[in-house]
Design a protein around this ligand. Sequence first.
Ligand code: NAP
Ligand code: F7E
Length: 339
Amino acid sequence: MTKRALITGITGQDGSYLAELLLSKGYEVHGLIRRASTFNTARIDHLYVDPHESGAKLFLHYGDITDGSRLVTLLAQVRPDEVYHLAAQSHVRVSFDEPEYTGDTTGLGTIRLLEAIRMIGLECRFYQASSSEMFGAAPPPQSEETPFYPRSPYGAAKVYSYWVTRNYREAYGLFAVNGILFNHESPRRGETFVTRKVTRAVARIKAGQQDELYLGNLDAVRDWGYAPEFVEAMWLMLQHDEAQDYVVATGQAYSVRDFVRFAFEHVGLDWEQYVKFDDRYLRPTEVDALVGDPSRAIKTLGWTPRVHTPELAAIMVESDIKALETEGTPWVHRAWDRD
Ligand code: NAP
Ligand code: F7E
């Protein structure tokens, strides 16, 4: 029997890798996409087959995680076996500018989806994209037992989503799990997250198209993993006999400064010649150090992180160099880009 999955946030970094993984396993994949005046499906265009042609296994549906009635009609139509809830306003810095919207999407979006599942009596398994940002100021290493101490509207909204996911598991017996994922990156990472901002800049500086790179706090410590490996963990969580929550991380700590150095060194440049400080990239409250303990995921799911931060930086720089050769268009610095 072909399994059917619904992915919210399918146009994002993780959604695109997860769609690839599920299609490779023979799933029929349905994705929720937002209507926009320009195309927003660049990360999944390579997977799309016109539904008029035979063999189409990927189907896209308009909707929005702020629109509860649409979630009901969509779930009733698709009747998925597995729901992967990835849609969110996912940028921590932006969540300070748009706290209410972040609460509406990243927080309330989850209860809308869970309630839609309950209302139509759908038998499915549910994955919630929880985040290490929920740990915030709690000192590392952080595990499933570490108390939450969020430091942003984004982190607080994810804590809400975490708890409603657990509540629907306990109250209604729904197979609902939280994957508490630490930072994971890839060539498809959004351009305003620090890793991709750095690797794009390195490619442009090397090509003579950019002279400097403005960054904020270089002392922050993160545990950066590789997104294609992290979506495997999402799938494994929904295949397990028991619904429980898992930390997914590499367990290795590097500072933003380390990542910058790895990226510049990969093309033989000294980062200190190019990187400048701009306080617009600081956050009102920072998360100083996130380093996960993924023991449970390793023992119970058999999941293992393979790509670590130095190699990840190299993969991303190489990809941005290739992209630049193909595009050939110089990067224009956008004055309103506050992220
Ligand atoms: P991303 O690249 O920012 O993708 C977010 C996705 O959510 C996009 O498809 C976006 O659609 C969609 N979305 C945003 N608002 C929406 C709305 N109102 N209605 C419907 N869809 C909406 O994020 P990601 O890195 O793939 O992360 C996936 C999930 O994991 C997110 O929930 C994120 O918070 C969480 N997470 C990420 C990390 C990480 O390090 N990447 C770590 C822990 C948890 P558009 O393309 O139209 O904008
Ligand atoms: O920042 C520092 C910044 O925006 C990482 C999201 O996927 O992971 C992500 O959240 C660090 C922070 O990711 C710049 O202050 C310095 O300490 O790449 P980021 P994030 O905030 O860790 C978690 C797990 C998620 O769940 C989120 O969805 O880098 N930093 N200078 C900078 N950050 C940015 N963006 N831009 C800078 O110029």
